[in-house]
Write a protein that binds this ligand. Structure first.
Ligand SMILES: [Zn+2]
Length: 491
């Protein structure tokens, strides 16, 4: 592991997941992805900060260990060891603040090294251990069961334990010290004793080293019966952990992923992480209303939950936009984050736009498939019941309950990205496109940055000398703007 490099990249605040569900439509097979809840969560999560300090040996060292307590009930036991405690007490907090998605630690206890019980005071989403300056351990259990597969929990509870394999997401399991701890958090996962684990971070055997405590909630660890593949796409290392049986060969999916990663990384010149873990498994959601394809992006990890009935031909069709979409969030979503809900259209719409463009550029879909898909999106936008009432800058829907509103955000966002790209290309006489603006903002960010209408306008002005504020205002704040509906209204 390149420790020093990771320190530079350590983000303030917890790493923030982007989550998307892609649902195959029974009628037109077009795909839509949505992650509004997640992005609201992202904004919430970003609001609470975890200490990510410079390397400081005087900070306590923390180590986590996860074991299986009850396989039938999906209960795991978490043990947190603290070495080099400072002061008299340590406060632990939930990875998501007081957000209701937080893990619920059951029977939390703390012991010193001699096995004596220490006092633990539970507050509103926090736990204070009175350690008196000694090293100590905290123990608790967590139930990793999602009771209702249609509940919003499915979008966050990504952890899963089967008889032969498990997939764990840090944010589902771990409470975290609220004080500065040393860089390099060891996580030992011994759900299946002796079985090695795999994650986006470096590790050996059942143990991985998470660069900083802020990266813990977004850390995905898999263990057990996964088939592992490793590839290099330029400077970027790809690891694919795949389980279940499919109509395609593992290598065929790997090839698609590799082409997408190569293509998108080329757009930006580099990727935010050196190593990526793609976890592919069957989607546990059953039933006609479920998501057939579901993708989630957590910094260096991308979880793809696919329908086992997914036909091999779909590997060369628009459903693979799920891979391109999640990977594109590396830049637009993770590095460039929307400052407010009003800018979600950009995070999602631009990502949808480039996900299909990537499939086309990487020869995964044909120009004909691309055009047909684009037309379906435009048609659905024109038929949206909110078209004349809600501008895309207000198409925010916190619980994904209103499908039309979600569609307006994604479809309108896609068309807005397309119109914006065309507009920038036109005013700069083919010199600059939207991707050049994104690349510049990514390079300038040097880590994470928050973007909004003003930042985008300023970036276009810096790179091209042109002012797009009027154009942008029109497409974001006016319902059914002519630039998106294709109608030739003069204004
Ligand atoms: Zn998305």
């Amino acid at each position: 592991m390149n420790g020093s490099k990771k320190v530079v990249r350590a983000r303030k605040g917890t790493a923030t997941p982007q989550r998307d569900a892609i649902m195959k439509r029974p009628v037109n097979k077009a795909v839509i992805s949505f992650s509004v809840t997640a992005l609201l969560a992202l904004l919430l999560v970003s609001g609470c900060s975890f200490p990510v300090g410079p390397v400081n040996r005087s900070h306590p060292f923390v180590q986590y260990r996860v074991t299986l307590k009850d396989h039938d009930l999906n209960i795991v036991r978490v043990r947190i060891d603290l070495f080099g405690s400072i002061g008299k007490t340590m406060r632990f907090v939930s990875p998501h603040g007081t957000w209701d998605r937080s893990p619920v630690p059951i029977g939390i206890t703390a012991l010193d090294r001699e096995g004596r019980a220490l006092s633990v005071t539970e507050g509103e989403g926090d736990w204070i251990v009175e350690h008196g300056g000694k090293d100590f351990s905290v123990y608790y259990d967590v139930v990793l069961t999602v009771e209702n597969r249609y509940s919003p929990d499915i979008k966050t509870m990504l952890s899963f334990i089967d008889h032969d394999r498990c997939r764990l997401l840090g944010g589902d399991l771990f409470i975290m010290p609220a004080e500065a701890v040393s860089e390099g958090v060891v996580v030992d996962t011994a759900i299946f004793p002796g079985m090695p684990v795999c994650s986006a971070w470096a590790g050996t055997g059942t143990r991985i080293t998470v660069p900083s405590i802020g990266d813990l909630p977004s850390t995905v660890v898999v263990s057990g019966n996964y088939r592992l593949f490793r590839r290099w796409a330029g400077q970027t290392e790809l690891v694919m952990a795949i389980a279940s049986s499919w109509t395609f060969h593992d290598e065929e999916l790997l090839e698609v992923i590799e082409r997408i990663v190569t293509s998108e990384t080329a757009l930006f010149g580099s990727s935010p992480h050196e190593r990526y873990l793609f976890v592919c498994d069957r989607n546990p959601i059953k039933g006609y209303r479920g998501f057939n394809l579901y993708g989630v992006h957590f910094t260096g990890s991308i979880v793809l939950l696919l329908d086992t009935k997914l036909d091999r031909s779909q590997l060369f069709d628009t459903p693979m936009a799920i891979v391109a979409h999640e990977f594109f969030h590396n830049w637009n979503g993770e590095t460039l984050r929307p400052r407010t809900d009003e800018f979600l259209w950009f995070t999602e719409g631009v990502t949808v736009y480039y996900s299909y463009k990537t499939l086309l550029d990487a020869n995964i879909i044909t120009p004909e498939q691309h055009r047909r898909n684009r037309d379906l999106i435009a048609k659905r936008y024109m038929e949206n019941s909110y078209l004349e009432a809600v501008p895309i800058g207000e198409a925010v829907n916190s619980d994904l309950g209103d499908k039309d509103l979600v569609n307006l955000l994604y479809d309108g966002g896609f068309l807005a990205a397309e119109a914006l790209d065309a507009h920038i290309t036109e005013i700069t006489r083919n010199r600059i496109g939207l991707i050049d603006i994104l690349r510049m903002m990514y390079e300038e960010a040097g880590g994470t940055t928050y973007i909004d209408e003003e930042a985008l306008t300023a970036a276009v002005r810096r790179l091209s000398g042109h002012d797009i504020s009027g154009f942008l205002h029109e497409i974001i704040h006016r319902p059914a703007p002519s630039a998106l509906t294709g109608t030739q209204q003069s204004s």
